[in-house]
Ligand binder design. Structure first.
Ligand code: SF4
Length: 311
């Protein structure tokens, strides 16, 4: 028992080393999803820096921005520091959640939480009311060379390996949102974890809020986050049915939609396994031999990573 405790303590200390080594403060939902593709590739992306956005990525960003703009307007203010940035993000979240409760749809909603004592955050593409519950929708942009195919053919375009990462990401959103709604992760947790007590908005930023006539009763972190959490508590329960929507990144049209059921047991097992890496229980894993085909699409293949390099 004592040995077990010592081991766990050691693992948590070592885990802090992982975040430090990757120069991160928190874990992103997309990090955990990427671990399902190749954990080592996810780590190397942090160590060596991400690839600059290419044409395809830029097209995907345009699709996401367009979808976001259909639901709410971002506030055009220029954050001067981290406090301003958090305020802007919370204000936009509040607008989007209010849109969900009033009009039945909200987009680009930031969620925060804690897993094994680590800060975890992510951005949900869409929440919509469906059959009296809130359905989480994750939009993935892919290239179909501009050619819209029939739904069944569209699904064939998405490999099981790719979908595994998408399933992990959307199930993690379900967990984070459930934790927020059930008060497992409250404003107080967020407040302590993000050091809100020490935050103050810059004068330049407040002047911009004045110009936009932002409600004066929502000018403190406590009041704004209070209003945002009230929107979360007011929404219907989160559905166990989760939707992956695949959109052609050039036409912006959906070519496939896959509904999956939240399977808590298998998700918990996958999450526990992913967290062993973050808590320092193992080094980053490369892909298994039968998935070595992924290496052909990896920029580290034969350079920083030679696990399956045989040339
Ligand atoms: S080369 Fe293969 S094993 Fe290595 S990081 Fe890339 S995908 Fe992972």
């Amino acid at each position: 028992m004592i040995g077990g405790l010592t081991l766990r303590f050691f693992a948590v200390e070592a885990g802090k080393g992982v975040l430090e080594r990757l120069k991160k403060n928190s874990i992103l939902a997309t990090d955990i999803a990427s671990q399902q593709w190749c954990e080592l590739q996810m780590e190397l992306n942090y160590v060596h820096g991400r690839e600059p956005a290419n044409k395809a990525m830029a097209a995907g960003t345009v699709v996401h921005k367009k979808l976001q703009a259909e639901v709410y307007t971002t506030i055009s203010v220029e954050p001067q520091g981290y406090a301003d940035f958090l305020y802007k993000e919370a204000y936009e979240n509040y607008l989007s959640l209010r849109s969900l409760n009033e009009k039945g749809i909200g987009r680009e909603i930031k969620v925060y939480g804690s897993i094994s004592g680590y800060k975890v955050s992510g951005k949900i593409d869409e929440l919509k009311k469906n059959d009296g519950k809130v359905m989480i929708v994750e939009t993935k942009t892919k290239s179909l060379n501009g050619k819209l195919v029939e739904k069944n053919e569209g699904i064939k375009e998405i490999s099981e390996a790719t979908m595994r990462t998408h399933k992990m990401q959307i199930m993690l959103y379900k967990k984070l949102l459930d934790d927020l709604k059930s008060k497992n992760y409250t404003y107080q947790n967020f407040y302590n974890s993000y050091g809100i007590k020490r935050m103050a908005l810059s004068e330049k930023f407040v002047a911009q809020l004045d110009l936009l006539d932002i409600d004066k009763s929502l000018r403190t972190f406590d009041s704004l986050y209070g209003a945002m959490y009230q929107q979360i508590y007011a929404m219907p329960d989160i559905s166990n049915s989760l939707r992956l929507s695949y959109v052609d990144r050039y036409t912006g049209k959906e070519f496939a939609s896959v509904d999956i059921d939240y399977n808590k047991d298998s998700f918990d097992k996958s999450l526990e396994d992913a967290m062993v890496y973050w808590t320092g229980g193992r080094s980053a894993r490369p892909v298994e031999k039968d998935e070595a085909w992924k290496c052909n699409f990896c920029r580290f293949y034969g350079k920083e990573c030679k696990v399956w390099w045989s040339k």
